[in-house]
Design a protein. Structure first.
Length: 383
C-alpha cells in the first residue's frame, strides 16, 4: 500500500493489507475481497461504482483512498505482434512492459525496478544503473493496463494468460512489493492466474529464493548464463555473493517444495564467452538428473555493448549437446527486436543513483584471463 499526497493507493495492496485497512475502519475483512474484484476483475477506479459496498464505506474510501495507476508515456507495436509500453515512474524515469502473443497464450513481461543494480555485463537494464524499486501499484498497474488495452482472446478471456518478471530489474531485490503482486496475480478475487503461469526470473539472490518458496511458490527461472564460478563472477556479479553451488542448492529445495516442478535455467548465448561445447558439457554436469530445463537465449545487442550473439550454428550445437546428454533444452525465439522489446534490450529511462562511472564501456570478458570486469565489484541489492 503506497501513499500519494495524503491518500492511500489501494492498487497493489495484498489482500491481507486491505483487510487490515478495513478492519482498522471497523469494517468486515471480507470487504477486501469485494474491493479486489472491483479493481482487478471489473477494472473500476471509482469507489462510487462499487455498489455492493455501503454508502458510508464508499464515502470514507473516497476521502482516504484512491486507485492510482501508472501512466503510459508511449506504446510501440512490433511487426511480429509484440506490444511495448513505456510507463512513467516519475521525475523523468520510465520502465517498460512487453506483451508477447503466441497461439496458445499471451505472455506479459513486466518490470520490477527502475533500472537494476546487479550490473550483469550483457544487459541493457544493468548498463543503465539503478534508480529505485517500483511500488506494488506500479508493478500490478502494468498488468492491469495491458489487460485493459489489449483485445480479448477469441475465447473471451483476457489477452494476458501468463506473467513473467523478465522486464527491467531484479524482482527478488524488491521482495516485499513483488510478493504482494504475486499474491494478487494468483488470487481468485483478482486475476486468478495459475502459479504455473507466473514466473519470477532471478539472477540468483539465494536468501530470497528460499523465502519465496514459502511465501508464494510460483514458477522460477534462474539466470545462470555460465557453468563455472570463474566466468559467472565476471558476467553475473551477484555470483561473487551467491556462487553456483549455493544457488543450485536453493533451486533444488525450491523445486522440492513445488512437487519437483522444473526450474528453468536461462542461458544467454554470448559468442566466444559461454558457448563452447566444453561449457555445454560443464552445464550438463551441473544439471543432469535434476528438475531442470535450459532455455538458451540468443544475446540481443544494445548500444555500447561489446558482446556478440553466438552464431546460429553454435547455438544449435550447444543445444544438441545438452539434449544428447539428457537435459531438456530449448532456444528462445527472439521477439519484438524491431521495437527494442527483446530480452535484455529494455532500458526505459533511468537516471542512475548508484555510483557508476559515466559512459562506461561494456566489455566482453576474456574467458582465460579471469580478470576482466574486476573493477565492477558487487552492489548488494536493496531489499
Ligand atoms: N533480473 C532478472 C530478470 C530480468 S532479465 C534476471 O536477471 O533474471 C530477464 C532475462 O533476460 C534474464 O535471463 C537476463 O539474463 C536476460 N538478458 C539480459 N540481457 C540480455 C540480452 N542482452 N540478451 C538476451 N537476454 C538478456
Ligand atoms: Fe539486473 Fe537481470 Fe539485467 Fe542482471 S540480467 S542486470 S539482474 S535485470
Amino acid at each position: 500500500m503506497t501513499t500519494t499526497t495524503t491518500k492511500i493507493n489501494l492498487l497493489g495492496s495484498s489482500q491481507t493489507d486491505l483487510e487490515k485497512f478495513l478492519v482498522a475502519r471497523s469494517e468486515k475483512p471480507f470487504r477486501a475481497r469485494q474491493i479486489m474484484q472491483w479493481i482487478y476483475q471489473r477494472d473500476i477506479d471509482d469507489f462510487d461504482e462499487m455498489t455492493d459496498l455501503s454508502k458510508s464505506l464508499r464515502t470514507q474510501l473516497k476521502e482516504e483512498a484512491e486507485i492510482a495507476s501508472p501512466k503510459v508515456q508511449a506504446k510501440y507495436e512490433s511487426k511480429d505482434g509484440c506490444v511495448k509500453w513505456l510507463f512513467s515512474s516519475g521525475l523523468g524515469q520510465a520502465v517498460e512492459t512487453v506483451f508477447i502473443p503466441e497461439s496458445d497464450r499471451g505472455t506479459l513481461c513486466i518490470s520490477s525496478q527502475v533500472g537494476c543494480a546487479l550490473d550483469c555485463s550483457f544487459c541493457a537494464t544493468g548498463a543503465q544503473g539503478f534508480n529505485r524499486n517500483l511500488s506494488s501499484a506500479e508493478i500490478i498497474g502494468q498488468v492491469r493496463y495491458a489487460i485493459r488495452d489489449l483485445p480479448r482472446r477469441s475465447n473471451g478471456e483476457p489477452a494476458v494468460t501468463n506473467v513473467v518478471f523478465m522486464g527491467m530489474g531484479e524482482p527478488l531485490a524488491n521482495y516485499r512489493n513483488v510478493v504482494s503482486v504475486l499474491e494478487i496475480l494468483v488470487s481468485d478475487w483478482s486475476y486468478g492466474i495459475s502459479r504455473r503461469r507466473v514466473t519470477v526470473s532471478t539472477s540468483g539472490i539465494v536468501p530470497h529464493i528460499n523465502k519465496l518458496a514459502d511465501d508464494c511458490n510460483v514458477a522460477l527461472a534462474v539466470s545462470l548464463h555460465a557453468p563455472t564460478d570463474d566466468l559467472r563472477d565476471q558476467i553475473v556479479p551477484i555470483n561473487k555473493l551467491h556462487p553456483i553451488k549455493t544457488l543450485l542448492e536453493a533451486c533444488w529445495q525450491y523445486a522440492e517444495k513445488r512437487s519437483r516442478r522444473f526450474i528453468t535455467f536461462e542461458y544467454v548465448m554470448l559468442r566466444d564467452v559461454n558457448d563452447s561445447i566444453k561449457q555445454a558439457n560443464q552445464l550438463v554436469s551441473l544439471l543432469k538428473g535434476k528438475p531442470a530445463k535450459v532455455n538458451l537465449i540468443p544475446f540481443n545487442p544494445f548500444p555500447g555493448t561489446e558482446f556478440k550473439r553466438s552464431s546460429v550454428e553454435s547455438i544449435r550445437h550447444f543445444q544438441s549437446r545438452l539434449r544428447e546428454r539428457g537435459l531438456i533444452a530449448t532456444t528462445r525465439k527472439t521477439r519484438g527486436d524491431d521495437i527494442d522489446a527483446a530480452c535484455g534490450q529494455l532500458a526505459g529511462k533511468v537516471s542512475d543513483r548508484v555510483k557508476k562511472p559515466l559512459g562506461r564501456k561494456i566489455i566482453a570478458p576474456k574467458i582465460s584471463s579471469g580478470k576482466a570486469n574486476q573493477d565492477k565489484g558487487i552492489r548488494t541489492p536493496s531489499v
